[in-house]
Every structure is written in structure tokens, then in C-alpha cells.
Write a protein that binds this ligand. Sequence first.
Ligand SMILES: [Zn+2]
Length: 218
Amino acid sequence: MSTSDTNFDDAVRIQMVRLGAALYDRGLTPGRTGNLSVRTDDQIMITPTGACLGRLDATRLAVTTLDGQHIAGDRPSKELVLHRVLYRHHPMCTAVAHLHSTSAVAVSCLPDLNADDALPPITPYFVMRVGRLPLIDYAAPGSAELEKQVVRATELSRSVLMRNHGSLAAAASLENAVDAVEEIEETARLYLLLEGRSPAYLGEEDVADLHRRFPSTA
Ligand SMILES: [Zn+2]
């Protein structure tokens, strides 16, 4: 199947290349880490296995069925299985972003985090763009155990922090999914900067008020 026979036109391909380069240029997805995907009713387009997000080729992005069968472009990222879990549990979401960004990975290695919600509500933007961030235990990339844990976490939220690995977030558009993983990274950075200094976080009432004002974020 050629790229023109897939569900993904030039505009969405160019957007994925552009967003990948923007993440890479700002040091948010080093080396050949991280992956982005978008989906339609019957196909997923994802960055290829071993691809550097800073140098994606719009004509070689991997296209699969919703079951993960490869139908066009280069071979899909091995982390496609995690994207598919989020799509299955959040049918309104049409895009997923995954990063191994430094601060998010650093926080994921700390002891005594709340497994139901790994980062505190430091800013309203974190509450609005990410909401709840379940933390899952380490499991090898590509393993059935990692997939099982992501399934459990996505029952709670569209965003997940994977110990010793990175962040994963689904949203209604690729830009929003990228915003969410960037927000996780920025909040993780703030959390590390503030650690041990008794900072003031948003209170329960503030968070409830944000969910009332912006219901889609709850
Ligand atoms: Zn990964």
C-alpha cells in the first residue's frame, strides 16, 4: 500500500514531523527515543521503530490497522502496543505521545510517590492538560507485564508515568497529546526544583474548581 492509499494525508504527516522535530530540538526526546501516533476509525499512523523524532520522513511513517498489522511505511515503533492500549480505553482520543524526557524519568525513579497520582497539582495547567497521572512499576519495554500495567493505569487516566522509562498521554489531537507530555515534563522539573522545600501546591478545592470550570479535564 502506498502512502496515498492510507487514511493519512500530507497535512497530518507534516504535522507529526514538525512536532517530532520541535520536541527533539528542545531536548525533550533524546537520541532515538519517544514516539507519536494518530488514529482514524481503522488505521494508526506511528513513528517508525528506531526513528529519531528530530529527523522523521513524512513519507516513511508507519501505518497499521487498529490491531497493529503493518500496512504501509517503515516498521512501526515497538511501543505501538502501549498506544493501542490507550486508544482502546479512551475512544475519544485520536492521538498519543510518549517521551523519555529527563525530569519525568528522574521523578519516576523516586521512592514514596503516590502510585495513583505521581505528581502534585503544582499549576492549574497540569490539572487541565494532564489531570491524574498514575505511576506504574518498571517492566521491560515490549513485555506483556508492561502492557498489563498500562491497561490498569489507563482505566484511571489518559496519562501514565512509567517507572524508569517515561511518560505516555492520549488526547483528542496530536498537538494536545504533545502538550500533555510536555506538561508532565515541566511539572516533573518543577517538582524536582521544589523537593524538600515545603512548597504550596493547589488544594483539593482548587482542583475541584478547575474540573468544574473545564469538565473535559476531569
Ligand atoms: Zn519508551
